[in-house]
Write a protein that binds this ligand. Sequence first.
Ligand code: 5RP
Length: 264
Amino acid sequence: MDWGMKNRLAQLIQADGRCLFLPVDHGYFQGPVRKLEDPRKTLEPLLPYTDAIFITRGVLRSCVDPDKTKPIILRVSGGTSVEGKDLAHEGITTSMEEAIRLNACAVGISIFVGTDYEHDSLLNLARLVDEGERYGMPVMAVTAVGRELEKRDERYLALSCRIAAELGARVVKTYYCEQFEKVTSGCPVPVVIAGGPKVPTGYEVLKFVYDGIRKGAIGVNLGRNIWQDEHPVAMIRGIRAIIHENATADQAQKLYDSVKGGKA
Ligand code: 5RP
């Protein structure tokens, strides 16, 4: 692996082999989602606790100060919206040259296995990997399910993650599920967990992050379940303790409660 690729990956995946990525890219197809209406306001208090942010170029330029930020994973796929016919019909929206200009540490692209646009999204990934490898830019593949949230089972996610790795993704982002160990064991590159729509309690989030790490994930790329929580800083600190300090879900909940109560 060349120096640039190694250096970028080292900025994302910390010395302990773990990572906490914070995605705020949701607007690229969902518009101003709840609690991300003003990305600058959402991000500012959370930045100290993240290892990297997953973001589009537009929000990066308009809402993030270049001298006060964390490593960037640039969302480079899109071209669809929740109002359109098919969320899976994404293309590449941002060039590799732009990613380099923005000093990104990785680029991220969604793939849509099992949809009408499976072939296009997988070839987009393959082409992006070709370019990324040329310039030392890691590619993170996002195993997207669009509106079909019920697809998030171990068989489907293991299939999608493995295909992403085979096509050359350096990191794969997927959902936590029952028998998650089958997803990670079938994927030869690091896996990070996304959260999906907000789950009812914060403890459930801490629990699936803890279980996901135990079952082979190296960290998270978790958005709504952090910044839509009533106490986002408490939540990110709880998750950070699980990822980087080997805290259990119960210990992380205690930390959450102390931060919420102003005691930590
Ligand atoms: C949205 C994404 C997000 O990065 C991903 O879904 C993670 O965010 P969340 O935890 O809110 O699901 O790819 O397009």
